[in-house]
Ligand binder design. Structure first.
Ligand code: DC
Length: 223
């Protein structure tokens, strides 16, 4: 099986790029952030304090996260069998996901599902610890990043297009706070693997970023 790992901070465009590449290569796209978000949805929905690790761990036996795919390859995230693909994208859920993802038991719970997907399919998997922990033997590891300002700018435009009222400074502050939390946690921090290729896409659009990764795959004779 061919496994491609794409890691990097939030808002670097990982999922858009990984989705486009998966479609082009006919690989399965696995969005691991969506799995953490699904756990966040459960925690919020059950009134559990996200900062109370014991309470979150106690709830884990009642949480079943699974993935399904629509005909066009779109990933559908199921929480105890219910499609939560839309609610996981709520802004508030980002912080729930980032907070519960610090808990080792939560990570261990999702690791087996992630590895199983990669053992049975050619995958492009995006997340924070794919190259370092989940798929250390991936044939290509990319660490994709962009400056916080470039990411805040993209996110502001994206939300404005959706008709939401947004404030650039607030978004920038949220990005910096989440980066800090993801990067400094003790378990599986969001850092590049030693053998990852660093890709700064601050000045690239989606096509440019996809093209850069296509070149990396070609160099490795993977396409
Ligand atoms: O990629 P995302 O923004 O949907 O991820 C949501 C949160 O989940 C993010 O703040 C960090 C966490 N996460 C993680 O810890 N490990 C992963 N492999 C993917 C996401």
């Amino acid at each position: 099986m061919i496994n491609i790992a794409i890691d990097g901070p939030s808002g670097a465009g990982k999922s858009t790029v990984a989705k486009a590449l998966a479609k082009e290569l006919h690989y399965v796209y696995v969005d691991t952030g969506a799995m953490y978000r699904a756990i966040g949805v459960y925690v919020r929905g059950h009134g559990i304090d996200k900062n109370n690790a014991d309470a979150v761990i106690a709830a884990l036996p009642d949480i079943r996260v699974s993935l399904d795919y629509a005909e066009d390859g779109t990933q559908i995230v199921l929480l105890n069998g219910e499609d939560v693909s839309t609610v996981i994208r709520e802004n508030e859920i980002s912080l729930y996901a980032s907070t519960v993802s610090k808990i080792p038991e939560v990570r261990a719970r999702l690791l087996s599902l992630q590895r199983e997907m990669a053992q049975t399919h050619n995958v492009i998997m995006d997340g924070r610890d794919i190259g370092t922990v989940v798929l250390p033997d991936a044939q290509l590891k990319v660490f994709m990043f962009a400056s916080p300002e470039a990411r805040a700018d993209r996110r502001t435009k994206e939300l404005l297009e959706k008709g939401q009222t947004v404030d650039y400074e607030t978004i920038l502050a949220e990005i910096n706070a989440r980066d800090e939390q993801d990067r400094t946690r003790s378990v599986s921090p969001a850092i590049p693997a030693d053998d990852a290729v660093m890709l700064d896409n601050s000045g690239l659009d989606i096509d440019g970023t996809v093209g850069a990764i296509r070149d990396m795959l070609a160099e490795r004779n993977l396409i």
